[in-house]
Design a protein. Structure first.
Length: 332
């Protein structure tokens, strides 16, 4: 009996060791050397109130509180910017929301803008505990400042991924809009299949490996790279399964960096009220620039539904675009 068990163990152990030796170092390299994601520059909005708050580890973070442009406040939103951006990237997203009664708090993640820079940490597109803690600190600051217990979050790209994870830990986050979210585990498998044949000769073997095997390689890559860079990467797939708040995913059909299929897979993991709006012709983070009015209309309708209290308006709403016009624009 014992020899049979040893044979079985060797049958599985030897291929695993071979896979480790061949593929794990390359998986780490692919994971660490992802394509550069530029962020559009936007100048500061001069009508905000500057704020300083602190993360759990004492990191100093900077933000700006922008008040609504109507008399009655319908809700408070936190904006989470993309990799390589800063708080002012909120500019194209929040104008109509402010006109319709929403205050917005936008802040700089660590190693971005005016917030503290951690010397040993180099941000990648993949979300870590650093970004999640920054979102949690921003939500805590806003709730304490305004004396509220519910906020909505609008996050873009990596900022959206961080917001998704934060929403599973802080019940004051009641609604999420995530634009161009980056599902780490699905993207690791995608990049491994796409780029691994460039680095190794065993591409035929790679094609035959199931996604679960490539996922294990990605898990080891996250662990080793996190140890090297003194950070801990978040398992986005597992986090999405714990999400219990309404979420609107927005993604560009022409996103060449994050394929729509990876976001569809992530969306299916969510157990709460989840909706996916795939925007025709839009590239990564490009929906707001291609269809600004439909985008604003959907964002306002979503936050009104899930965040706005059942109280009468004291100011007439600012009409963005009718549902009929929205459908007409989206089909062009």
């Amino acid at each position: 009996m014992l020899p049979i068990i040893l044979v079985i163990l060797l049958f599985f152990l030897i291929p695993s060791v071979i896979l480790w030796i061949i593929f794990v170092p390359i998986t780490i390299r692919i994971f660490a050397e992802t394509p550069w994601l530029p962020a559009l520059w936007h100048g500061p909005m001069g009508d905000g109130e500057e704020a300083v708050f602190f993360g759990r580890d004492g990191s100093r973070l900077e933000g700006t509180y922008l008040r609504r442009e109507t008399g009655y406040r319908h809700g408070v939103l936190v904006y989470c910017h993309e990799l390589n951006g800063d708080r002012w990237n909120a500019s194209p997203y929040i104008g109509d929301l402010r006109k319709n009664g929403y205050d917005v708090f936008t802040f700089d993640f660590r190693n971005h803008g005016g917030s503290d820079c951690i010397a040993a940490y180099e941000p990648l597109p993949w979300v870590t505990r650093h970004e999640v803690d920054d979102v949690l600190a921003a939500v805590a600051y806003v709730c304490a400042r305004e004396g509220i217990d519910r906020v909505g979050v609008l996050g873009v790209s990596k900022g959206g991924t961080a917001a998704l994870a934060a929403a599973t830990e802080d019940g004051r986050i009641r609604a999420l809009i995530l634009d161009g979210v980056i599902p780490t585990e699905q993207m690791q498998v995608h990049f491994t299949r796409r780029f691994m044949p460039i680095y190794v000769k065993y591409s035929d073997l790679l094609r035959r490996l199931p996604d679960c095997s490539l996922g294990m390689l990605g898990t080891w890559a996250k662990f080793i790279l996190g140890f090297r860079r003194k950070c801990r990467f978040v398992n986005v797939q597992q986090t999405a399964a714990r999400l219990r708040v309404p979420v609107l995913f927005i993604h560009g059909m022409a996103d060449s960096y994050v394929p729509v299929a990876t976001v569809e897979s992530l969306c299916r993991k969510v157990k709460s009220d989840a909706e996916l709006w795939v925007v025709p012709k839009a590239k990564h983070n490009g929906a707001i620039h291609l269809f600004p009015k439909p985008y604003s209309f959907r964002a306002l309708a979503f936050f009104d539904k899930h965040l706005r209290p059942p109280q009468p308006l004291t100011a007439a709403p600012f009409m963005l675009i009718s549902p009929e016009e929205t459908a007409a624009v989206e089909t062009t």
